[in-house]
Design a protein around this ligand. Structure first.
Ligand SMILES: Cc1cc2nc3c(=O)[nH]c(=O)nc-3n(C[C@H](O)[C@H](O)[C@H](O)COP(=O)(O)OP(=O)(O)OC[C@H]3O[C@@H](n4cnc5c(N)ncnc54)[C@H](O)[C@@H]3O)c2cc1C
Length: 289
């Protein structure tokens, strides 16, 4: 591995200063993607900036009135160990618990999962379904971007030079809502998804008030399929409505054929996972007290 300098700033201002003065610097959260890429020579740099000591990137705050803020460097284990978050966002706990294994979850963050911008990133479809916003800071101030607009191509995102992701913000869960992320991998764990689906539904007695559906690993970026969720709005909660939404998700997928599966197979998996994820999300919404 090529040598590089290491900085561990403790303020946001210092971090942005380093990003501005070192345009080729790489930010490190858990390092579970970055260190692999540095070792493979895929992301050469002469400065790695560790973000784990910056308070705003390590904050984890849940308020039932305003929602959940997850600092960009908060490791997965801190999310699933928090009982209030587990009660409010069970689907998020499932995602935080399926990224890698226990050792990876001790370091890996949802911020890193998103910024790495892999089409297969497991947390991103669920973050999209839950309506998460990215809080971004840079030399020119702060801005917000919806998670569905954050990834622009494999390994690329909307961050401008000198900017970093500070936190993810999720709105408070609505009283009659439920969510679920499902992925298909050939092994039980430690594999890249052949396809993944994140959904959230909001129910109004026997009908869908609204729904959001996003896909992983079937397009150059995580894919928000707005029309699939919108197709459910105002429709009765039944097999036909769900099958129609699953069909729209299937048709929106733009998968490639590779060693993990053919494009047709991936489209088929999208429909199956969308249907199953919607069924579980509906059940969760109904069971909510
Ligand atoms: C064995 C193994 C198993 C894995 N299993 C899974 C899996 O099941 N599902 C899955 O989705 N992924 C998996 N991964 C990939 C990886 O663990 C996840 O993507 C993880 O969430 C990355 O988080 P991190 O904190 O380690 O990010 P890092 O590696 O620290 O950073 C990732 C990228 O984001 C950039 N970055 C970090 N912080 C910021 C910031 N604040 N602002 C802007 N850019 C930033 C970095 O420069 C880098 O390019 C696995 C990796 C390994 C090694």
């Amino acid at each position: 591995m090529k040598w590089f300098d290491y900085a561990a700033p403790t303020t946001l201002g210092e971090t942005i200063g380093l990003l501005v003065s070192h345009p080729g610097a790489r930010l490190l959260a858990g390092g579970t993607d970055l260190l692999v890429q540095l070792r493979a020579g895929r992301k050469p740099t002469d400065l790695v900036i560790d973000t784990k000591r910056i308070p705003a990137l390590n904050a984890l705050n849940y308020d039932p009135g305003t929602g959940l803020t997850i600092g960009a460097a908060v490791p997965c284990y801190r999310i699933y160990r928090d009982t209030a978050i587990a009660r409010a966002y069970p689907s998020l706990i499932e995602v935080a618990s399926l990224i890698g294994g226990t050792q990876i979850q001790g370091r890996a963050s949802l911020g890193g999962n998103l910024c790495n911008a892999a089409p297969s990133a497991d947390s991103v479809p669920l973050l999209i379904a839950l309506g998460a916003q990215c809080q971004i800071a840079g030399a020119r101030g702060t801005r917000e971007v919806s998670v569905e607009d954050f990834c622009t191509a494999p390994g690329r995102n909307v961050l401008e030079p000198g900017e970093l992701l500070v936190a993810l913000h999720l709105p408070p869960p609505r009283p009659h809502s439920g969510a679920r992320y499902l992925r298909f991998i050939p092994r039980n764990e430690m594999d890249i998804a052949v396809a993944g689906v994140g959904v959230e539904v909001d129910l109004d007695n026997g009908t869908f008030r609204s729904a959001r559906i996003a896909l992983a690993a079937v397009a150059p970026t995580p894919l928000f399929v707005r029309e699939a969720g919108d197709s459910l709005a105002g429709k009765p909660v039944n097999e036909a409505s769900i099958a129609r939404a699953a069909e729209i998700a299937r048709n929106a997928a733009q998968p490639i054929t590779d060693m993990r599966g053919t494009a047709d197979y991936r489209r088929h998996i999208c429909a199956v996972l969308t249907r199953r994820a919607l069924e579980t999300a509906v059940q969760r919404a109904r069971e909510k007290k």
